[in-house]
Design a protein. Structure first.
Length: 232
């Protein structure tokens, strides 16, 4: 009974924390629109929040890869994927070189991540299976679908132009698109933080130790007498 109450309390606290975090993230849109005078562009607070979350996610997976050799290949690939998404969000910086140059840097990052992951090929497939089998995977997939699919469709120019007709305002379209992207990145950030925290080496080691202790307690009674009769 006490364990059930503790579990429910922990889940309710997690939902409350997620709600507060998403509210704080979405408040950046309010700041950009009301205080920054519709400044929903590349240097807006909304864009900065997205980029910071992507950088933290990628850095978290790369750091975890350095401490988890059994999952290193998969974690490097995941970190590289989020790094490519970060490069895409920073396309305005790479456009200073030439327009569309972010694609080259994203491809180089993908190749570098793949080459590094291939140094531990046995950890790639098993690591990805464990990642997609974790309780946070559906949350991660939801965030990615919001960013990569829903926000692109919801932010289509034709949709908003036909909706507002002569009163078309591009800032409204940008706010809708950037807002859904921010929601998706927030979900990915929360899911990634949850995954990395719950699978950190100390937690995994504790679970292994608990499992060993349970197996020791589950040994049949009087086993020490049997072992005494049959010495090695």
């Amino acid at each position: 009974m006490r364990e059930h109450i503790k579990l429910l309390s922990r889940q309710c606290a997690a939902i409350l924390f997620f709600a507060i975090f998403i509210t704080l993230m979405m408040s950046s849109i309010y700041i950009d629109v009301n205080w920054m005078h519709n400044a929903l562009h590349e240097s807006s607070i909304t864009e900065l929040a997205q980029e910071v979350m992507l950088a933290l996610i990628a850095g978290g997976f790369f750091f975890s890869a350095s401490r988890r050799p059994e999952l290193r290949g998969a974690l490097i690939l995941i970190g590289g994927f989020y790094t490519c998404m970060l490069i895409r969000e920073l396309d305005f910086i790479f456009d200073m070189i030439f327009h569309g140059s972010w694609v080259i840097f994203a491809l180089l990052t993908a190749l570098a991540s793949l080459a590094t992951a291939m140094k531990a090929p046995e950890s790639i497939l098993s690591g990805l299976v464990r990642f997609t089998g974790h309780k946070t995977w559906l949350m991660t997939a939801t965030g990615l679908l919001i960013v990569l699919v829903f926000s692109r469709l919801f932010g289509m120019h034709q949709l908003w132009q036909n909706l507002m007709l002569d009163g078309y305002n591009r800032v409204v379209k940008n706010m809708a698109e950037e807002g859904t992207e921010l929601l998706g990145y927030s979900i990915c950030f929360l899911a990634s933080a949850n995954y990395l925290w719950s699978t950190r080496p100390t937690v995994v080691q504790d679970k292994i130790s608990d499992g060993d202790a349970c197996r020791d307690h589950a040994q049949p009674p009087f086993r020490h007498l049997t072992d005494a009769r049959h010495p090695q």
